[in-house]
Structures are given as C-alpha cells and as structure tokens.
Design a protein around this ligand. Structure first.
Ligand code: GCB
Length: 613
C-alpha cells in the first residue's frame, strides 16, 4: 500500500477544524459471539435507539472509567456514536472537501457516517481518515451521525500480536469462556484514544509534504517535495520563515531546495542554548479549475534543520556526538488509560526537563503526534518505535504478519518523517530474534524502512543472546535491554558490573556498532525501604541504577551511546503474580511523583549534560 496524505490537521486561511471530543454514546457488545452490533446494524440508527448506552469520554480508554469489571477486561467490539452539526457552508460549497479523522482507536476500527461505511482501519496507534462530504450531502441541515465500532482483539497477525484462548474444560470454566493472551507487559487499553476531527480542505489541496534537511558551514538546506491532490496542475509558493517571522527563503516548484543563510540548527535539549529551533514552511497552492475559478490551499509545516549520522562508535546530530540520557515511556495514566490528555503531556515534559532527560523511546508503539510536536519544540530526541512488541510466536513471523508490519512502518514513516525530533526508527521490541525466520523477517523489514526513509538509522530492541540474535546484522544501532539482579540473579546486586561489561563487550565485539542500553531498572513499591537494600524498595532501585551507571561511564567513552531507564513512570499491566497493580519500575509513580531513583537519575543526567553538552 502507498501511504501519503496524513499531514497533521492544521487550521489555515483555507482549512477549518471541528473537534468531536467530549461525550459519546457507548455500548460494549457483550453478546455471546460479540457480533450482535453487526447483526442488528447498530450503525443504521442512533446507538441509544438500539439498547442502553453509557456516557463515554473521547479521547480515553473505556476500561477504567466505570465500576464494571466486565468492561475493564472486555474483549470484542465496542460501539461509539454521536451526532454533529456540520456547518452549512461546508456542505453547500462543492469546492470544500470534508474529512473525518481519527487520531487513533485501539485496535481495529470501522467508521460509518449516517449509516454509510466510510473507513476501516487495522492498528491501534496511528491515525486514519476518510472523505465524508459525499455522505454529508449538499445540505447538511440535519444532524450528522458518526458511528465508530472498535475491536481490541489481538491475534498472532496483529501488531502487537496476541492470541485468544478458549477454555474448554467445563468443570473449570463456564461454556464459551475465553481469555486474551498478550506477549507484552502493558494493559491492553482500548477505545478511541486520540482526537476525532472533521476538517476541511479545498477540493484541490496539499496532500503531503516531505522535507529532508542538511547544512554546510552556516548554510542550511531544506529539500522539499509537495504532493498535490485534486488537480494535475498547480502553482506553488513556498516560503520559509524564521522564529521572528522573517522570510528566509522562497521557492515555487513541487520539489526544490530552500537555502537558509546563517542557519539556526535544530539542537537537542541541553546541547545548545537554543534547543528545538523551528522554521515555518508555508506552502501556498493555487489552482485554476475548469470554470476559471481560483482554488487556494495553505498549509504550514514546522521544520527543524538538522542532520543525523551513525558511525561504528557514535551517534551524531549536526555532526556532534549525541549521548542519549533519557527514558522509556508509555501512554498511560490513571482513569484515562491510553487516552490523550494535555495536562499529562505537559506534566511529563516538565518532568523530563527537570530530570535532565534529552530523549525518549516511544516504547512500545507510536505516540500521539501532538507529543512529537512537543519534542520538536523542546528539543527532546525521539526513538520512534512501531507497535512490533511481543513477536514471540513463530507464526507471528509469517507472511501475513510481515506484510502488516511493512504496512505499519509505511503509516508510521508517513506520519512522522518530518519531525526533527525523530532521529531513529525502532521496528520492534524484544522479538524472538533467535528464531529461524527472524533473519529474513528483520532484513526485509529494515530494508523496507530504509527505502521509506533513507535519512534515519533503523534499530530494533533486543534482549536476545548476542550469539543467537538474527536481526542485529541489519540494524544501525544495537539496542539492548537487560535486567541483571532483577529477572536474573534477583537480589544479587554484585553481579551487575561483571554481567553488564560482558554484555557490552560481546555485542560490540561481534558487530562493531554503537550500543544503547535501551532498558534497565527495578520495580519499586513507593515508600518501601530497606538497608541493606532489598528488591522492591527505593534503595534497591537506586543501587541497580548506580551499578549500571558505573559501567556506562566506562563504556560511554568508547561505543555506548545512550541509556534509557525503564521506566519513566509506573504503568498498568495485565494482572499477574509479578505485578503489584501494574509495573512499578517507574522512577516516578503513575501519579508522576518522584521515587528515590528519580533523584539519582536527575543528578546524573544534569552531570552528563554538563560534560557532553
Ligand atoms: C522488558 C520489556 C518491557 C517490560 C519490562 C519489564 O524487557 O521490554 O515492556 O515492561 O521488560 O519491566 O519487565
């Protein structure tokens, strides 16, 4: 599939946005085969006319907002609907294109407008959209009904994979009992997780923009490519302005190169006095239609000018060595689950800056694009990970899985290719990369990703044994997770130094590629203390961190290019004997209050920033 045209919706002189966030009507289809909604065509009427409904906030996961355990742990189709009043001018003007966009809904979605199916989407973490003008009609005086059915079922061919297991022993389980197995360590939150919007463009419009930036001495370059839809001929005016609104370069073609004298480069946080510098690239398109009328479209893209390169020992941003001192995150919080929430986003950025973190990995799926805009503006560097987490079953290496994975990378690169903060793609987390098909799988997947974007390095995150891992030959940077003195040798803090040293030497010795410690950490139940330290206490987490840090300090002068703590904050998981109301490896609690480990890390990150920045 070709992916293009997923520009982030922005208002402009020619584009309008109508947000559809707030309360929607909601029902989980709890019928035995979970298919009553389709059998009774719930999309043909208001949901409230076909049965009882709940108030459901959008965006939010539905799991934690009610007192119903059946809804928290629900597997299957849930239905959302609401009405919207479409401005008459949108329907009355045939030159206006009306688009319905869902920022993300987990996992599989079907969308109807006034009972007409307009979209279907496979995947829980990326946006999808559909033109709906033809359904709304020329005279949208009647309220327009939007219905979205979302199914959170995961199979061996979804990303992330999962499997449904039927429990057939009738002495132990009721008839028809089934559970959703997952192979990843976070709660499978579901629902409409990001904004739903209606927006307009003219019928002839700017469909996509790709920028690739570079610089030589003090001159920056922005090589751009604009894709136009709805017309074969268009005249373009491109203007690049600086932060103060001064125009610094102009151009006219669909492709071209903007040259910027005395360029202000995009720098990471703490690496420069002025991090996250963004220019604005205004694309102004004009088309004369058959009747001689002039159609115009305007779209403005923020552009950061920077380069990324990898050598056998270094990660270079703007030709300067960059050391990742950062975090792994989750989209996760109380009540909202994975629902997008601005106060949470802003709090997290303030905490990252407090910590002195210059980077994070979007473990283990793409985050809301609004978060990447924050990263662009604040200079927080991102390893952009796709939802390839939990590829453990041999069947998840099959052709259907690979085809979907390639598709998801297409969607991800299309959405995120222009973000200066995104410096590397991660195609997976902890796959069973020692399995026989893993070699071809990762070779194909990584080559495909590089064909989509030749400018960024590609990695995946491994916890395999260096000798048996089959994907590392194809990555640019080796990302390794390890939990010495936690999952291995629990309680034995003294083994960390030797084992971590061995880990680095083995991987570097075999591949001569730079290495990021992409996870390490220990669970803490906040408020638990013990000296000498014991597992689950604040002291133990501090000791694990300090023991890892000593080795990082020896190796970072050589080929270790980064350290990302697992995890920024506590987060919810499936219930299990190793999880005390979720994963507690956060250095912050789920409510974003610091544990002792946060202060250890803060001191270190600021020291690293002063040494390297
Ligand atoms: C890992 C996984 C991460 C888990 C973490 C843990 O290796 O990549 O998703 O949450 O370990 O705490 O077990």
């Amino acid at each position: 599939a070709t992916h293009y045209g997923m520009l982030f919706p922005r208002e402009s002189a020619t584009r309008e946005i109508k947000e559809l966030n707030g309360l929607w009507d909601f029902r989980a289809d709890m019928s035995p085969n979970r298919n009553l909604g389709f059998e009774q065509a719930w999309y043909k009427r208001r949901l409230a006319e076909t049965g009882p409904v709940l108030d459901m906030p959008v965006p939010a996961s539905y799991n934690d907002v009610t007192q119903d355990p059946k809804l928290r742990d629900f597997i299957g189709w849930v239905w959302y609907d609401r009405e919207v009043v479409v401005p008459v001018r949108w329907g009355a003007d045939p030159r206006t294109r009306v688009v319905l966009r869902v920022g993300s809904a987990h996992y599989y979605s079907v969308v109807w407008v006034n009972g007409v199916k307009v979209a279907e989407h496979d995947g829980g973490h990326l946006p999808f959209e559909a033109e709906v003008g033809h359904v709304i009609g020329a005279n949208p005086s009647a309220p327009c009904r939007i219905t979205i059915a979302v199914n959170n079922t995961l199979t061996l061919e979804t990303l992330p994979p999962g499997s449904i297991q039927y429990m057939t022993d009738l002495t132990k389980y009721p008839k028809g009992y089934f559970v959703q197995n997952t192979y990843f360590d976070f709660f499978n939150y579901a629902g409409i997780h990001r904004s739903v919007l209606l927006y307009t463009t003219p019928q002839a419009y700017v469909n996509d923009i790709t920028v690739v930036t570079d610089f030589a001495d003090s001159v920056g370059t922005v090589a751009y490519n604009v894709a136009v839809s709805g017309s074969s001929v268009a005249s373009l005016k491109i203007a690049l302005t600086d932060r103060d609104g001064r125009c610094v370069a102009t151009s006219t073609g669909l492709t071209g190169v903007l040259k910027v004298a005395d360029v202000m480069l995009w720098w990471p946080y703490l690496m420069h006095v002025n991090p996250g510098y963004l220019y604005s690239m205004e694309v102004h398109m004009q088309v004369v239609d058959k009747g001689g009328a002039v159609l115009e479209d305007v779209y403005t893209l923020p552009v950061g000018i920077r380069t990324v390169k990898v050598t056998s020992t270094q990660f270079l941003i703007n030709n300067k060595p960059f050391y990742f001192h950062g975090v792994n995150k989750h989209e996760d919080s109380d009540l909202r689950g994975k629902g997008f929430d601005w106060p949470l986003v802003v709090k997290d950025f303030n905490l990252m800056k407090w910590l002195g973190a210059n980077s994070f990995r979007t473990s283990h799926y793409p985050y809301a694009e609004e978060i990447l805009h924050m990263c662009d503006r604040h200079g927080i560097v991102v390893i952009d990970e796709c939802p390839g987490v939990g590829i453990k079953d041999i069947r998840s290496f099959g052709n259907a899985s690979l085809a979907h994975h390639l598709d998801v990378m297409g969607e991800l690169v299309t959405r995120d290719k222009n973000h200066p903060s995104v410096v590397m793609w991660s195609v997976a987390n902890e796959p069973a990369s020692e399995m026989p098909p893993a070699g071809v799988y990762f070779k194909t997947l990584i080559a495909h990703t590089k064909s989509l974007d030749a400018t960024r390095p590609v990695t995946y995150v491994t916890n395999s044994n260096y000798a048996r891992d089959k994907g590392a030959p194809f990555v640019d940077v080796i990302c390794v997770n390890s939990y010495f003195s936690w999952y291995h040798d629990p309680g034995q803090l003294e083994v960390i130094s030797l084992q971590l040293n061995t880990q680095f030497e083995e991987w570097y010795g075999k591949y001569q590629k730079p290495i990021i410690q992409s996870e390490y950490g220990a669970d803490v139940v906040p408020g638990l203390h013990s000296d000498p330290p014991m597992m689950f206490t604040e002291e133990y987490q501090v000791m694990v961190l300090q023991s890892y840090h000593k080795v990082f300090d020896q190796k970072r002068k050589q080929y270790v290019i980064g350290e990302l703590i697992w995890n920024f904050a506590d987060f919810m998981t499936a219930q299990g004997v190793t999880r005390v109301v979720g994963n507690k490896k956060g250095i912050f609690t789920r409510q974003r209050q610091p544990k002792a480990g946060a202060y250890t890390l803060k001191e270190r990150y600021w020291r690293l920033a002063n040494e390297t920045g």
